[in-house]
Design a binder for this molecule. Structure first.
Ligand code: NAD
Length: 371
């Protein structure tokens, strides 16, 4: 039987735009998707940029007018990989045109914006997805299964962080990531740390934040300086609804760190330790091991850890960053055409945005806040 066609419109052809394209291309090859993917149109800021991206990525059409693309009845799903401050306007226009929307994180500048987007999508009955691709790692799934199965006993503590150094150089220019409309380290990468914390331990119920701007001015790119209002480091102490205590950190000035999306989970019977820098591994400590033989053991990703086996039949050969996007894409296509739940829809993205905002508020008010 012929599969339905899912025609994709992409807005933004930078880092994440390319990752989405990889995601679609790989997902079609390694998963039995319920639809065939057609890369229909790519939109970028100029006709030239869009044409270059269409040629490189294999889109049939290119445009500098994302509004026209979103209104095109031939397009089924709009992927938004543009700067954060634009997500809301683009998503609302796409939803109004009846499109499914796959939007990068952070979903919107504020929780109120994210709520408006979520309610619009739910009213329209379109499927949504937010790009929290690190959650698609089979080793995170394994970690969650081990926690849920009680292999760690009662969970007492959690430490998570997402640290990189792409803003560590104070002579680096002001970018969209510094825009108060959706910017800051906590929103940019702390959001990933929050999503992972809740993925593993369930809802966060209280937060105490500390968000700090360490580089208060940056070159504006035109010979002048521009004030920076957003945080370079955003940390929070956490209490989880299940009683566990913990912390997260979003840090984009962590000199030397390139992808430290890490966590540790401590339970009464064992512990887990993970680093995105070696994300095909999960380390497990068990108190049941004999004294003198105890220590973190390294579990390597293998075909038993679905969906690793879709990518590679051999254990320990490893999957990569863009493969996580392919897993995310596959989950989303299955939600649109296969009747599955959306892996991480706008309502879940709203939850993360709400946490970000509560942590920022808590930092300003210097007090614990309920979520
Ligand atoms: P980028 O600067 O590499 O790409 C942004 C693209 O949007 C560029 O091609 C730019 O020309 C285009 N653009 C800007 N304004 C536009 C407009 N008005 N119309 C059409 N196109 C426009 O940025 P990026 O790193 O790809 O980040 C994009 C989004 O992806 C951000 O929201 C960011 O937070 C998110 N992101 C997510 C991850 C992840 O792991 N999920 C990683 C990086 C970035």
């Amino acid at each position: 039987m012929d599969k339905p066609v899912l025609r994709v419109g992409l807005i933004g052809s930078g880092f994440m735009g390319k990752a989405h394209v990889f995601g679609y291309a790989t997902a079609e090859k390694v998963f039995d998707l319920p639809a065939r993917i057609e890369l229909h149109t790519v939109a970028d800021i100029t006709d030239d940029a869009a044409a270059r991206a269409a040629h490189a990525f294999g889109f049939a059409n290119a445009t500098s007018d994302w509004r026209a693309m979103v209104a095109n009845p031939e397009i089924d799903v709009v992927n938004i990989t543009s700067p954060n401050a634009l997500h809301k306007e683009m998503a609302l226009a796409a939803i109004a045109a009846g499109k499914h929307v796959y939007c990068e994180k952070p979903l919107a500048p504020t929780a109120a914006d994210a709520l408006e987007m979520t309610e619009a999508a739910e009213r329209a009955g379109v499927k949504t997805q937010v790009g929290f691709n690190y959650l698609c790692n089979p080793m995170l799934k394994l970690a969650r299964e081990m926690i849920e199965a009680g292999e760690l006993g009662e969970i007492r503590g959690y430490r998570g962080l997402h640290a990189e150094d792409y803003m560590a150089d104070a002579s680096g220019c002001y970018t969209f990531r510094h825009d108060p409309a959706g910017g800051g380290a906590l929103a940019d990468i702390g959001s990933h740390a929050l999503a992972t914390a809740e993925f593993l331990l369930g809802p966060i119920s209280r937060v105490m934040g500390d968000c700090v701007t360490m580089i208060p001015q940056r070159p504006d790119g035109y010979g002048g300086k521009r004030d920076v209002e957003v945080d370079d480091v955003g940390r929070a102490f956490l209490r989880f609804a299940n009683g566990a205590t913990g912390s997260i950190e979003g840090n984009w000035i962590a000199t030397g760190r390139k992808m430290q999306h890490d966590f540790e989970v401590y339970g009464t019977k064992g512990a887990l330790c993970f680093s995105q820098e070696r994300f095909n591994e999960l380390h497990f400590f068990s108190t049941a091991d004999a004294p003198g033989r105890q220590g973190f053991r390294r579990i390597e990703a293998a075909p038993t850890h679905a969906p690793y086996g879709n990518f590679c039949v051999a254990a320990g050969h490893q999957i990569g960053f863009n493969d996580l996007k392919a897993v995310e894409v596959a989950g989303y296509v299955n939600a649109i055409h296969g009747g599955a739940d959306e892996p991480f829809n706008f309502r879940k993205g709203l939850g993360i945005q709400t946490l970000v905002e509560r942590i920022q508020q808590s930092s300003r008010e210097e007090r614990w806040l309920d979520v």
